[in-house]
Design a protein around this ligand. Sequence first.
Ligand SMILES: [Zn+2]
Length: 128
Amino acid sequence: MEGLVRATHSMQAASRDNETVGSYQVERYTARQARNKAVKIALGTLLVAVASIILPGIHFVSVPLGVLASPFIGAYYYRSLNGAPKSMTGDFVCPDCHAANQVSAPRVSAYYETRCVQCQHEIRLTPL
Ligand SMILES: [Zn+2]
C-alpha cells in the first residue's frame, strides 16, 4: 500500500510451558496520514467553536478561543502522530499445539496476551 511504513520484528510467544518465536509488524502513521488527521481535528475544533455561537454568555470566549486555538491543536496532533505507532499485527505458531495464529492489536504495548485459536491456551507475546 502507498505510503505505509512497515517493519518486521521478532517476538516471543510463550505459553505456561513452552515458547516459540514469531514475528510482528508495526504500522506507523505516515506524514500524510498524520496531516489528514490533524486537519480533521483542527477543522472539528473550528466547527465546534463556530457552533458555540448559539450558546449565550460563553460564546464571547469560546468562539475566538476556538478559532485561535484550532491551528495550534492541528499542529500538536500532527507532531504527535507523525511516525507514531498506529497498529500491530503478529504471526506465531502456538507453543503447545503448533497451530498458526495471527493477532492484530489497535495499540502497541510492551506485551500482548491472547489465546491460541485452536487449543485456547493463554499465550503472552513479548517483543524480542
Ligand atoms: Zn494452541
